[in-house]
Design a protein around this ligand. Structure first.
Ligand code: AMP
Length: 269
């Protein structure tokens, strides 16, 4: 495994690769990331993984500051997986020109997480765009855990880089149902138990919500009773009817974002 920080060196090494897979991450590597990486290794000739905590996509400085950082551990996990290149970008090189104003993204960015995190998805897509220019991968592997992000990136890449394929990978969960997330490193055991209860509530009530047999108000009350003080949103959306061309069949998903103390967690199922 080569560890590279200089973007020119990286471009040079990979410029002749025709089947390059890319897995962007913010580090604190867990089994969710690992499943993406394994799939990339399986399907591509060379695998590049990046670890970069992209400051502009954080709405609060405190959230950026407390985001888990675990580089030593991450490096040893990635070495074991035998990825080809770990890219640790240098901020000055990445943002040598200011945030691109030209980037156009689907208005779905304003829904769900976009309502509470203005500008978040623009910043996510901006960094992905910068990485694409440096790496020029054939495939990019992203998790369905961040479904809104996946949908928006897929749409952006389809319109701007039609040769690049976005591969959405299934959400990896703990045995208790909680989706693996770097932010889980910040949770206590009790908080993890609450997160597991939320997962079970959503799993059990999903069909009732879709069929309007329970109201969002009622489900919110149930969630608050297990110890949640703040729910950013809970919504059911047909994900086949978000980006045109729509698909005929319905594919409903529940989306949630809530706070456990100051940790914001998201899920969809
Ligand atoms: P992050 O480091 O949180 O930015 O995540 C990097 C990539 O891993 C994103 O494409 C995420 O959607 C994906 N990911 C994070 N958690 C999971 C999970 N539990 N299962 C599958 N993919 C995940």
């Amino acid at each position: 495994m080569k560890i590279i920080s200089d973007k020119n060196k990286l471009t040079k090494i990979i410029q002749n690769e025709t089947n390059l897979g890319f897995v962007p991450t913010m580090g604190a590597i867990h089994k969710g990331h690992i499943s993406l990486i394994k799939r990339c290794i399986d399907e591509c000739k060379k695998t590049v993984v990046s670890i970069y905590i992209n400051k502009p996509q954080f709405n609060k400085k405190s959230d950026f500051n407390k985001y888990p950082r675990n580089l030593k551990n991450d490096i040893s996990k990635l070495k074991k997986l035998k990825i080809d290149i770990l890219y640790l970008p240098i901020t000055k090189q990445i943002y040598s020109n200011t945030t691109s104003k030209k980037i156009k993204i689907n208005s779905f960015e304003k829904k769900l997480c976009g309502k509470n995190r203005p500008g978040h998805f623009k910043a996510v897509i901006d960094i992905i765009n910068r990485f694409i220019k440096i790496i020029n991968p054939k495939k990019i592997y992203l998790g369905k855990k961040d479904m809104q992000q996946l949908i928006l990136i897929k749409d952006f890449v389809k319109k701007n880089y039609p040769k690049i394929k976005i591969i959405g990978c299934k959400t990896i969960r703990e045995k208790n149902g909680v989706p693996l997330s770097s932010r889980n490193f910040l949770l206590s055991l009790d908080e993890k138990k609450i997160a597991s209860k939320i997962y079970n509530i959503l799993k059990n009530k999903k069909n009732m919500l879709i069929k309007n047999k329970i109201s969002f108000g009622e489900i919110k009350k149930i969630i608050i009773r297990v110890g949640i003080k703040k729910i950013d949103y809970i919504k059911v959306l047909d994900i086949n009817k978000i980006i045109k061309p729509y698909k005929k069949e319905n594919y409903y998903k529940i989306f949630i974002a809530y706070y456990l103390k100051s940790i914001r967690l998201i899920d969809n199922l």
